[in-house]
Design a protein around this ligand. Structure first.
Ligand code: ASP
Ligand code: MG
Length: 411
């Protein structure tokens, strides 16, 4: 018997009819000879509603109770999916996280998976269960309390099960038909990719392509889980969707696979910082301690022992960053004249494993932005990614220009 993991996102289980539709897909895979582990999200919108209730009841809530409440949406869909499968004469049962048990650490609201013992479920499969329907997004802490894995966490549940049960594949059913070269809402020329490498997907996911939770991609890469992203609304065929796989399985290697963007960036500049050894540590230590996720960093040339230090962070962390810096200044740990925040910036990035072997990608990117008269404020690069910070009002133009420049509409 081969094991297959199928994950259905919130829109795919949003109504009883959609649950039925999803169950039919599961039924077909059972008929194909698989034992299936189905991971379900809460019905679309449900988790947001639950989070809202928690916030309204208790603004500084006990995170353990937050998890008790927000994990409940998945319990409902798991039970309903099991019932729907039983109505189709398929032996199925639901599993809440603690019943498996999916063991996590105690970081409520953003728990990490530590272990998934397979024994309980293996016993049930051996007894004739064909489908295990697992409530995504939830687990149990060492203290025996319910935990959740962070928003979008059922993707990570799915990949973790695929790894633990050595599944042939992990199919992620969602409301889009795959991973695109860029956001189709921004460029009408966006093209669905048949395959994308783990590393590329990781960059795209963390850069704001919302198809998969970033941690699920990290996990898939680590355990070499074949991931497929596909729509639960289209008619099914074997080649549907996008396969996220090892780079060896990708034949063509274009320099750039996709263009990603992130709208919610801010650029912060510390003006006239005393330039001496330890200054970066003195700045970024307090920022990290304050929970500011610093992304890009640039230190300008120093003149007469003073320099400007620029960094970017999510726009909703600007206040926190300002507080951390003024406190460090007041404590005499850093010395600067002014902190300037530019909250009207966006980040646009090109990503591709082909960059390792194609020269001149950065030059082409910068020329393309120059031709559109877009000023670049900050640049960072990695082996497979080049990111620029630009004025937010030019973000869509930049994405379209770069998509054209690297001819991503062509296969
Ligand atoms: N229902 C949870 C959320 O909306 C988990 C998930 O769907 O992945 O974040
Ligand atoms: Mg999701």
């Amino acid at each position: 018997m081969t094991r297959l993991v199928m994950k259905f996102g919130g829109t795919s289980v949003a109504t009883l009819d959609r649950i039925k539709r999803a169950a039919k897909r599961v039924g077909r895979e059972v008929a194909n000879g698989h034992e299936v582990i189905v991971i379900v999200s809460a019905m679309a919108g449900k988790t947001n509603e639950l989070v809202g209730w928690v916030n309204e009841t208790s603004p500084f809530y006990d995170a353990r109770e937050y998890d008790a409440v927000v994990s409940s949406g998945e319990n409902v869909t798991a039970g309903l999916m099991a019932l729907t499968l039983q109505e189709m004469d398929i032996p199925a049962r639901s599993w809440q996280g603690w019943q498996v048990p999916l063991k996590t650490n105690g970081a409520h609201g953003a728990a990490r998976i530590e272990e998934i013992p397979t024994r309980n479920m293996d016993v049930k499969f051996a007894e004739g269960m064909k489908v295990a329907v697992v409530a995504g997004f939830q687990g149990v802490s060492p203290e025996g309390r319910i935990t959740t894995l962070g928003r979008g966490g059922s993707d990570t549940t799915a990949v973790a099960f695929a790894a633990a049960f050595d599944a042939v594949r992990c199919d992620i059913y969602t409301d889009v038909d795959g991973v695109y070269t860029t956001d189709p809402r921004i460029s009408s020329k966006a093209r669905k990719l048949d395959r994308i490498a783990f590393e590329e997907m990781l960059e795209l996911a963390s850069l704001g392509a919302k198809v998969l939770q970033t941690r699920s991609v990290e996990l898939a890469m680590r355990y070499k889980v074949k991931l497929r992203v596909l729509s639960s609304f289209d008619e099914y065929d074997e080649d549907a969707g996008t396969l996220v796989c090892d780079e060896e399985e990708i034949m063509e290697s274009k320099a750039v696979a996709g263009v990603a963007y992130s709208r919610d960036e801010a650029k912060m500049t510390l003006i006239s910082v005393a330039d001496k050894p330890g200054i970066a540590a003195a700045i970024f230590g307090p920022l990290a301690a304050a929970g500011v996720n610093v992304d890009m960093i640039v230190q300008n040339i120093s003149e007469e022992g003073r320099t400007d230090m620029t960094f970017s962070c999510p726009v909703d962390q600007v206040k926190r960053a300002e507080k951390a810096m003024s406190e460090a200044k007041a404590a005499g740990k850093i010395d600067y004249s002014e902190l300037v925040a530019d909250t009207d910036v966006a980040k646009v990035s090109v990503v591709g494993i082909g960059m390792r072997s194609h020269a001149g990608v950065a030059a082409r990117m910068f020329e393309s932005l120059r031709d559109e008269n877009i000023n670049i404020k900050v640049i960072t690069t990695s082996e497979i990614k080049i990111s620029v910070l630009i004025d937010r009002k030019y973000m869509e133009l930049a994405v379209q220009a770069l998509h054209d420049c690297f001819e991503l509409e062509k296969a």
